[in-house]
Write a protein that binds this ligand. Structure first.
Ligand code: AMP
Ligand code: MG
Length: 430
């Protein structure tokens, strides 16, 4: 699944004006380096439509017929031919039959007549318009009304949702609830999707203790493996959890080799900064290919991207920083889109919207920042955003309290209260 170019070549060619500086790469350049390096999976499987939820379509879905298949009523009421209606004053029409959803009128509707019709019932030949039952005075065999009639009103036309031969969903589409229904409405029971990615993940650090064990002095519980698990679980992947690996080169080599032989992608946390115990970068150099390991981003400056080879198999590696918020920010910023791309998705970037900052925010140009915030509304009903207290890279509570990131771009300086800022909502993202 690797590109033919090496990562250093790719990183160099991304932006000819910028010097390739692996010591601190701008977020946009890092993103395009990753994008150019990944080759999406090709293998396809056929699934029943329910099982395709959250998967990526590997084929175009083409409508085999019109939906709806026939003109039908949008209201409970009476159907007639608009040519039979008086231009002004009142119109009286005889009721000569009825049509129900799934039980159409047999026969036709004569001139000057109407039929009782229910929502979803086929509109028979010879009539083009429906009036809602609330708008008429009716007795057992006729109706009278004075409303101005627009020909065609309250009639849903054949093919107005989907027409025969139309591409309904494109290859690369991420299947959501509406799509299951849309495909079902075409009578299609199975669809082709790309196979699931196999993704392994582990935490590194001698200080990490697993849940259920007692904390010794200087130790902390491993939380990143849980946030990473949660974020990955949103993406419909086959997951392999390799647990906590100590800061020992031999343990790390062995885990990397096992993971790379089995998986498409490896995600680690910790061990990518310049501390003496930070071996991930070194091992990536030995066993694979290294793209970058430092970014102009906050939080998340140390982050490694590259690949690891083992038993003739290569896996993409994301070495996320250990600080819990930095782990989540870099996952959101790089890993999520990369996994979608590798899985064949044609839309990988989450939507960015804007809100008014309630307070000033300090920001240095020269790095992209992701601050945790809460989206709300001011008294005019306009969207506003306020940061969730302390923004330290280790303060995971700032993520739990927040419902969005405020994204401050590379060139951006300080934000004044009242300025519009970019935000990305967490919902559906993390
Ligand atoms: P590192 O990137 O390994 O230098 O770690 C940076 C900071 O994140 C240190 O304070 C670590 O203790 C902390 N950290 C690293 N891994 C984890 C983890 N899995 N769960 C919680 N904190 C972590
Ligand atoms: Mg560490």
């Amino acid at each position: 699944m690797m590109s033919k170019k090496t990562l250093a070549e790719l990183a160099n060619t991304q932006s000819p004006c910028d010097d390739y500086d692996p010591n601190s790469m701008a977020v946009n350049q890092a993103r395009s380096t990753i994008k150019a390096y990944l080759n999406p999976v090709k293998e396809i499987e056929t699934l029943g439509i329910r099982d395709s939820l959250g998967r990526i379509l590997a084929e175009d879905i083409i409508s085999p017929f019109n939906v709806p298949g026939h003109n039908n009523s949008a209201m409970d009421g009476y159907a007639f031919n608009s040519a039979d209606v008086q231009q002004s004053g009142s119109t009286t029409l005889r009721i000569t039959g009825s049509a129900f959803a799934g039980n159409p009128l047999t026969g036709s509707v004569q001139k000057g007549a109407c039929i009782r019709i229910m929502t979803g019932a086929a509109v028979p030949a010879g009539v083009d318009t429906v009036i809602a039952q609330e708008r008429v005075s009716a007795n057992t065999d006729s109706i009278t009304f004075t409303d101005t009639i627009k020909p065609g009103m309250n009639v849903r036309l054949a093919g107005e949702d989907l027409s025969t031969g139309q591409i309904v969903l494109k290859q690369g589409h991420l299947m959501r609830a509406a799509d299951l229904g849309l495909i079902a409405s075409l009578g299609i029971p199975n669809v082709k999707v790309y196979r699931k990615l196999r993704v392994s993940f582990f935490s590194t650090g001698d200080e990490l203790t697993s849940l259920g064990q007692t904390l010794e002095a200087g130790q902390i519980y491993d939380s990143n493996r849980y946030t990473i698990f949660g974020m990955l679980s949103r993406l419909n992947l086959d997951l392999i959890d390799f647990g906590v690996v100590p800061d020992q080169p031999e343990d790390l080599r062995l885990t990397f080799a096992t993971a790379a032989a089995e998986c498409d992608v490896i995600i680690t946390s910790g061990g990518v900064s310049v501390g003496v115990a930070d071996y991930t970068k070194q091992i990536m150099q030995e066993m694979g290919d290294i793209g970058f390991w430092k970014l102009a981003i906050r939080p998340g400056r140390p982050m490694a991207f590259g690949s690891i080879s083992s038993e003739n198999h290569q896996a993409v590696l994301f070495g996320l920083p250990g600080n819990p918020v930095a782990t989540m920010v870099t996952f959101y910023q790089f890993v999520r889109s990369a996994l979608l791309q590798l899985n064949g998705a044609n839309q990988t970037e989450p939507p960015i919207i804007q809100a008014i900052s309630e307070a000033p925010i300090r920001k240095k140009p020269g790095r992209t920042e992701f601050q945790r915030a809460i989206l709300g509304r001011n008294t005019d009903g306009r969207p506003t955003v306020r940061l969730t207290g302390s923004q330290g890279a280790g303060i995971l509570r700032s993520m739990s309290e927040a419902n969005c990131f405020v994204i401050l771009g590379h060139e951006q300086g300080n934000v004044a209260a009242g300025d519009w800022v970019d935000i990305a909502l967490f919902d559906g993202l993390l």
